[in-house]
Design a protein around this ligand. Structure first.
Ligand code: PLP
Length: 375
């Protein structure tokens, strides 16, 4: 049975929340209302828009368990936030950054680009490690300024023990950065328990929002360590006081928002997050994990399928493949049959959200088993 909050086409089974999610009805409604309002009233009700913006910051504060909404910046995407960190820190030649070899390019390229400043990127091989956190720790030395990792790896689906990594970083005086896009909205998050300095995510995956609006969390101390790379009217303490000749950088994380906010994205994402918070992240997490565990059980119990995701360390992403056969034609077959999924990390990646039913997962797996037609 379809979920009342989603109006997905009935010929689709949507298992691609690790890529781009469909919008809930309330997000669709919020965007339509906002379009209507812009057409009829322009920005005459701007103070109400700002109220929606404040609500979105509070939603993010709740989702992340951040101490204050002042720690939340609304940014374009994960890559932008990672670049704020990469180009904000005061690097010395010979410094290094530690990460894993399973990161999405957003969490690799900004660090690799620091090569010109003689900063090196060290990548721990997680696929071979019996203990992925230890593999990261073994690369940290006294020149490691920052450890950066995805909360959940986009291809393998491997879930990292962020609390353990945060503890290690704190003890070693290493900054800790988390690309949380593959878990925020699927699992509970707690930036304080993680002892993270920087956390970022975009809205279009597990958060069920649009592309082009995301979150960048910083602690007050960590954000003071970042030189700013963008300036404008909006990132100053007295934004809106346009006649004022002097200015100072905003104390809050608004300092990372240089100009006019993405109000359309804000209205959409506020609606999406309100759904997750209304259901409650504990319940969302439980349902996401139940779906993933169901897939794991079915895949492990099937001789013709090979699980690629570590079963003891998964979140919402489950990647698998048939031991033989052409993966691309299987993927094409799944798309043709309306199973929306992805091909990642040498396998088929399913990423169901809380509202996907076990029956949908059965149908998707039956389509895998059926395989592409011969020829
Ligand atoms: C781990 C991870 N980080 C970042 C991104 C995307 O980054 P951005 O928000 O900059 O588009 C993805 C998208 O697949 C991802 O899986």
């Amino acid at each position: 049975m379809s979920h009342p909050e989603f109006s997905l086409s009935s010929d689709l089974i949507y298992l691609n929340h690790a890529a781009v999610a469909p919008w809930p009805r309330r997000t669709q409604d919020a965007v339509m209302r906002f379009a209507e309002e812009n057409a009829r009233f322009g920005a005459a009700h701007y103070p109400q828009w700002q109220e929606t913006e404040r609500r979105l910051r509070r939603h993010f504060q709740a989702l992340l368990n951040a101490p204050s909404p002042d720690d939340i910046a609304l940014v374009k995407n994960t890559s932008e936030a990672l670049s704020f960190v990469a180009y904000g820190l005061d690097w010395q030649a010979g410094d290094n950054v530690v990460t894993s070899n399973e990161e999405f390019p957003s969490n690799r390229i900004p660090w690799e680009s620091l090569r010109a400043r003689e900063v090196t990127l060290r990548q721990a091989d997680l696929s071979r490690a019996s203990n992925p956190e230890e593999a990261l720790f073994s690369l940290v030395d006294r020149r490691t300024r920052l450890l950066t990792v995805s909360s959940v790896q986009y291809a393998s689906g491997r879930r990292m023990d962020l609390k353990r990594i945060g503890e290690f970083c704190r003890q070693n005086g290493t900054l800790f950065c988390v690309d949380a896009i593959q878990s925020l909205g699927a699992l509970r998050a707690d930036v304080q328990a993680w002892q993270a300095d920087f956390v970022m995510a975009d809205g279009h995956k597990w958060l069920l929002g649009p592309e082009g609006i995301g979150v960048f969390y910083t602690t007050p101390t960590a954000r003071d360590r970042l030189h700013l790379t963008q300036y404008g009217w909006h990132m100053v303490e007295h934004a809106g006081d346009y006649d004022r000749p002097d200015w100072e950088i905003a104390r809050s994380a608004r300092r990372f928002e240089c100009g006019s906010p993405n109000q359309l994205g804000i209205h959409a994402l506020e609606a999406s997050l309100s759904l997750l918070l209304e259901i409650g992240m504990e319940s969302v997490e439980q349902q996401v994990l139940a779906g993933a565990e169901y897939l794991i059980e079915r895949i492990q119990g099937d001789d013709e399928l090979m699980l690629l995701t570590p079963p003891d360390r998964h979140a919402g992403i489950i990647t698998f493949r048939p031991p033989s056969g052409d993966l691309e034609s299987l993927f094409r077959h799944l798309r043709q049959e309306g199973i929306v999924c992805a091909m990642r990390g040498g396998g088929i990646r399913f990423s169901p959200h809380f509202y996907n039913t076990l029956e949908e997962l059965d149908r998707a797996l039956a389509t895998v088993k059926q395989g592409p037609p011969p020829g």
